[in-house]
Design a protein around this ligand. Structure first.
Ligand SMILES: NC(=O)c1ccc[n+]([C@@H]2O[C@H](COP(=O)([O-])OP(=O)(O)OC[C@H]3O[C@@H](n4cnc5c(N)ncnc54)[C@H](OP(=O)(O)O)[C@@H]3O)[C@@H](O)[C@H]2O)c1
Length: 239
């Protein structure tokens, strides 16, 4: 099966300006991935992260693109941008997401929509738009950041749970599709429990939280596995 040197690979990370997405971007650059594109709504946050990463990794490319995942038009613009700038995306990390804590009885129609459109519909739409080029080059990794809330229900975040369960279902269907077609495209999911994103590299996380470095180490491990190995859902939590 075809493999590709990391320094020739382009990674797109939604929500790459902050938190887990930002840590993923940095870890991939540290491990010599050639180009990282980060994309989310807040232009200034993206630019600040992109500038910091470009300064730290001057020999690699860091690009940023502001867009709202809930908008089909803006998602198409992002895909046009990456296509013009980098050609195919080799690794797509569907990381953007949010939770609005409201129980079933009180949640508003707007809140249902916001959460499902961001965490699920937007990720499905972006994946669909990027898939043809992965198929054409017969190479790609699609990584979805779901949650423990994609495996268990929690009373205060029903929309979040529905979206994260949904993301796993979508990923399963896509994995089945690419496997049946014998394509060199892997689809896998993170199902993390609580992750502490603000700690520096060396300090320990709070009790009950994962350090974000555990996420980055796991991402790198998963990406470096043999291309013929199919990893499914990565459940990961503090002891
Ligand atoms: N931290 C945890 O404990 C934990 C546990 C399990 C799963 N997760 C999942 O991990 C992922 C990253 O979360 P995080 O903890 O790193 O929190 P975070 O820093 O808030 O990251 C979420 C990212 O999503 C982006 N985003 C939100 N709405 C968007 C939209 N409409 N269009 C495009 N981007 C949008 C945000 O950027 P903008 O505001 O600029 O758009 C932000 O960069 C999420 O999917 C979350 O559900 C986190």
């Amino acid at each position: 099966m075809k493999n590709k040197n990391p320094n020739l690979q382009t990674v797109l990370i939604t929500g790459g300006g902050t938190g887990i997405g930002r840590a993923f971007a940095r870890a991939l650059l540290q491990n010599e991935f050639g180009t990282v594109v980060i994309a989310s709504r807040r232009k200034e946050v993206l630019e600040q992260t992109a500038n910091e990463l470009s300064t730290e990794f001057p020999n690699q490319r860091v690009l940023s693109f502001p867009f709202d995942l809930r908008s089909r038009e803006q998602t198409e613009e992002l895909v046009r941008f990456t296509s013009e700038q980098c050609g195919a995306i080799d690794v797509l990390i569907n990381n953007s997401g949010l939770a609005l804590p409201q129980t079933v009885e009180v949640i508003t129609a707007e809140a249902w929509e916001t959460v499902l459109d961001t965490n699920l519909r937007g990720a499905m739409w972006l994946t669909q738009l990027l898939l043809p080029k992965m198929v054409e080059q017969d190479f790609g990794d699609i990584v979805n950041v779901s949650s423990q809330a994609g495996k268990h229900g929690y009373a205060d975040v029903p929309a979040y749970c529905a979206s994260k369960y949904g993301l796993l279902g979508f990923a399963d269907a896509l994995r089945d599709d690419v496997c049946k077609r014998n394509l060199n495209i892997r689809v896998f999911n993170f199902c993390p429990a609580l992750v502490e994103v603000e700690r520096d590299e060396t300090s320990e996380p709070r009790q009950g939280f994962l350090h974000v470095r555990s996420m980055t180490q796991t991402l790198l491990y998963a990406l470096m596995l043999d291309r013929g190995v199919i990893l499914h859902d990565i459940g990961i939590s503090a002891r």
